[in-house]
Design a protein around this ligand. Structure first.
Ligand code: HEC
Length: 301
C-alpha cells in the first residue's frame, strides 16, 4: 500500500492529479452504458435501473468536467516535449474536452425517457443506450491517446520525451557533425587563410581591392575581379587565382613582387582541389551587409 502522505504529495502534481481523476469518468462511462442497457432490456421489470443509469450519467457529467479542468492544469505543467507528443496532446484534448457536453445531452435524453416525456415510449431507453455507447467510444479514444501520452511520450513522468530522446529511443538519432570538425575547414584556417592573409589581402581587401578582386571572403573570391571569377572550386587548373600564383601567365604574376614558395602554392592548390571550403556555414548575412563592406577587419591594412 502506498502511504497516504506519499499519495497526497503525488496529488500536488497536476499531471498525476489528472491521471488519477480521469479514472472516474472512464469507469462511469462503462457503468452508465451498462445500466442503460439493462434498463432497456428489462424495461417491463422496473424503472430502477434507468434511474441508476441517470445518476451515473449525471456523475459522468460532473467527473468529465473535473477531468477537463484538471487536464488543463496538467497541460500547463508540461515542459519541453517532442513535437509528436504535442500533436497527440492536442488530439487528446480535442477528444476529451467535449465529453461532458455530450454527457449532458445523454443525461437529458435519459431524464426524458424516465418520465416518458414527449411520448418517447419504447425507444426511450434505447436512446440512452445509444447515447451511452457514443460516450463510451469517445471516452475510449480520449483515454487511448491519453495512455499513449503517458506510456510512449512519458508525459506526467519525471522525464517526458523530447524530440531528441524520441529519436534516440527509435534508433533514428544522428549526432549532428559540427562544421569545425570538418578537416577542410581546419585546413583552411590553419594553412590557407594565413597564406592569403600574408600575401594577398594587403592589396585584395574589401575597401579598395586591386583589380576589383576581394580575397577576404569566399564571396569575393568566387565573384572574382575584372577578369571574372578567380576561383573554380575543385579545379585548380581552371582557377585564375591558381594560375596567377603559379606565375604561368605572362601578364599576371601574383603576388607581383615576390613569388610564393612551392609549399604555399601547394597549399592553395590542394585547397582549391578539395572544393575551396572557406569557413563554417555562417548564417546568410543581412542584405545591406552583403552589398556593403563585409569582413574588412582582417584585411591587413
Ligand atoms: C601588391 C599588391 C598585390 C598583392 C600583394 C597581390 N595582388 Fe593580385 N593583383 C594586384 C593588381 C594590381 C592586380 C591587377 C593586375 C592586372 O590587372 O594586370 C591584381 C590582380 C589579381 C588577379 C586577377 C584579378 C582579375 O580578375 O583581374 C588575381 C586572381 C590576383 N590578383 C590574385 C592574387 C593573389 C592570390 C595574391 C596573393 C597570393 C595576390 N593577388 C596578391 C595586386 C596585388
Amino acid at each position: 500500500m502506498v502511504p497516504l502522505s506519499e499519495l497526497r504529495q503525488a496529488m500536488e502534481d497536476p499531471q498525476f492529479r489528472h491521471a488519477a481523476m480521469v479514472h472516474f469518468p472512464v469507469v462511469l462511462s462503462v457503468a452508465a452504458f451498462g445500466l442503460a442497457l439493462i434498463a432497456a432490456l428489462f424495461r417491463s421489470w422496473s424503472r430502477i435501473p434507468l434511474a441508476i443509469a441517470l445518476l451515473a450519467f449525471i456523475a459522468l457529467v460532473v467527473s468529465a468536467r473535473m477531468a477537463g479542468v484538471s487536464g488543463d492544469a496538467a497541460e500547463g505543467a508540461v515542459g519541453v516535449i517532442a513535437e509528436e507528443a504535442r500533436v497527440a496532446l492536442d488530439r487528446h484534448k480535442h477528444l476529451g474536452r467535449p465529453i461532458y457536453l455530450y454527457a449532458i445531452v445523454v443525461t437529458f435524453v435519459t431524464f426524458l425517457g424516465m418520465f416518458n416525456k414527449w411520448k418517447l415510449g419504447l425507444i426511450a431507453p434505447w436512446l440512452s443506450v445509444a447515447g451511452g455507447g457514443f460516450l463510451l467510444l469517445k471516452m475510449a479514444s480520449a483515454a487511448h491517446v491519453g495512455g499513449t501520452l503517458v506510456y510512449e511520450y512519458g508525459l506526467g513522468t519525471p522525464n517526458p520525451m523530447t524530440d531528441k530522446q524520441l529519436a534516440i529511443a527509435r534508433g533514428e538519432y544522428k549526432e549532428p557533425t559540427p562544421a569545425y570538425d570538418d578537416p577542410r575547414v581546419v585546413y583552411f584556417h590553419e594553412r590557407v587563410r594565413p597564406v592569403l592573409y600574408m600575401n594577398c589581402m594587403g592589396c585584395h581587401a574589401a575597401s579598395d581591392p586591386a583589380a576589383d578582386l576581394d580575397l577576404t571572403t569566399i564571396a569575393g573570391a568566387l565573384a572574382g575581379g575584372s577578369r571574372g571569377p578567380s576561383l573554380v572550386p575543385g579545379s585548380p587548373e581552371e582557377s585564375l587565382l591558381m594560375r596567377s600564383i603559379s606565375w604561368e601567365d605572362e601578364d599576371l604574376f601574383m603576388p607581383p613582387e615576390v613569388e610564393l614558395s612551392d609549399a604555399d602554392k601547394e597549399v592553395i592548390r590542394q585547397w582549391i582541389s578539395d572544393g575551396a571550403v572557406w569557413d563554417y556555414e555562417l548564417p546568410a548575412p543581412e542584405e545591406e551587409e552583403a552589398d556593403g563592406a563585409p569582413e574588412t577587419d582582417d584585411a591587413g591594412e
